[in-house]
Design a protein around this ligand. Structure first.
Ligand SMILES: *Cc1c(COP(=O)(O)O)cnc(C)c1O
Length: 391
């Protein structure tokens, strides 16, 4: 690896030359089953023929113009996403952090529009919202923040999945304008809240005139078996941030908003050079098309159940497995001890690509194009590894 790369990542000593579906091929020719999909990015797996064709065709025609002009692909994507999510308007950017940064700016504009000079946003413990200054401040992880003080003002933190904590803030703080929350916490350890949680947050937001802002950067784009995770509950957010799975690896993020929230950004208030360019939008449009035509939402649900059931059977009675949880193809296996070493042993012993988050939670985010047979291979390899690790 080059000495000229900044040391931002503790990289694994492996590089891949190409991929095919749910498989990655390393420089030495070894094939690996990809149960991480670039951290919930490659929903269509690798080298999907329809995506490849669409990107080549678009690249041969037009990659970038500028947001100084109308962009047909961007308009089409806005229409499509708003129809799928029940939202009114979209802003396109290039990453999850940028989508959340836009959400934070939007919430502040909303506050000021109501005469609140120091608007505050409620955020959660163990949350993850990105690495820009505002989004790392919103993130509920001291490790992400340490060394970057002074942090950004205007955030209030409460425990995740705790409605009464939010109600207490509501009773005492008149400057709150929004709640920013992940429907399922990803980086924090694949935490699925109680069934009524989002509905309660929606009720509190309605009662106080706050915006309900959902960070679906990880949970969105069919990952949990619905287009967006909030669609498992009977609610509608005011603001929705998307990125990871949206472009199948071509960088694209989006902020969707509804009602009054959709009218906050007026010319000059926000922008980006690359955001929503024709290539990125073509990637997103094709991703959505393939997911719909190939019924990948239903597949995510079925595969998630298959993998969780398989792991529960294979690991039943194994001491040290605390919990197997998740929704669709966002799955966490919590062990009773730190298990970051499993990433290397999965790779080297089982040719399996996984991730460990929050020290002791194995995180699976496989591509949605996985076959049943591949899901069974995943379960077999992972269960063997966990048993050996805990023995
Ligand atoms: C990954 C992630 C982000 C940050 O996205 P980037 O594209 O890395 O900036 C924000 N929120 C959630 C929930 C994420 O999982």
């Amino acid at each position: 690896m080059s000495d000229h790369l900044m040391q931002t990542y503790a990289r694994q000593p492996i590089a891949f030359t190409h991929g095919e579906g749910a498989w990655l091929v390393a420089e030495d020719g070894q094939r690996y089953l990809d149960a991480l999909a670039g951290i919930a990015v490659n929903g269509l797996g690798h080298a999907h023929p329809r995506l490849t064709r669409a990107l080549c065709e678009q690249a041969g025609r037009l990659i970038h113009t500028s947001n100084l002009y109308e962009i047909r692909e961007q308009s089409e994507l806005a229409d499509r996403l708003c129809a799928l999510a029940g939202m009114d308007r979209a802003f396109f950017c290039n990453s999850g952090a940028e989508a959340n940064e836009a959400a934070i700016k939007l919430a502040r504009l909303y506050g000021h529009s109501k005469g609140i000079d120091t608007p505050a946003i409620i955020v959660m413990e163990k949350s993850f919202h990105g690495r820009t200054l505002a989004t790392l401040t919103a993130t509920g992880n001291r490790k992400v923040q340490a060394g970057f003080e002074p942090l950004v003002q205007g955030f209030l933190r409460v425990p995740f999945d705790d409605v009464s904590a939010v109600e207490q803030v509501a009773a005492h703080n008149k400057s709150v304008v929004a709640i920013l929350v992940e429907p399922i916490q990803g980086e924090g350890g694949v935490h699925v809240p109680n069934p009524g949680y989002l509905r309660e947050l929606r009720r509190i937001c309605d009662q106080h005139g706050w915006l309900l802002m959902l960070d679906e950067v990880q949970t969105g784009i069919a990952r949990t078996g619905q287009w967006f995770a909030f669609q498992h509950s009977d609610i509608q957010p005011d603001v929705l941030s998307l990125a990871k799975g949206l472009g199948s690896g071509v960088p694209v993020g989006a902020l969707l908003a509804r009602g009054v929230a959709a009218e906050m950004f007026t010319p000059g208030k926000h922008g980006t050079t690359f955001g929503g360019n024709p290539l990125a939008c073509r990637a997103a449009l094709t991703t959505l098309e393939v997911m719909a035509s190939d019924h990948l939402l239903a597949r995510a649900t079925a595969l998630g159940e298959r993998i969780k059931d398989g792991l529960r059977t294979a690991l039943s009675g194994v001491v040290g497995v605390r919990d197997i949880r998740g929704q669709g193809l966002m799955i966490g296996i919590e062990l009773d001890r730190p298990c970051a070493d499993l990433v290397a042993s999965a790779r080297d012993q089982e040719q399996l690509i996984i991730n460990v988050t929050a020290d002791s939670v194995i995180r699976l985010l496989p591509p949605l194009i996985l076959s049943d047979a591949e899901a069974d291979v995943l379960v077999e390899r992972l269960a063997r590894l966990i048993r050996a690790f805990l023995a």
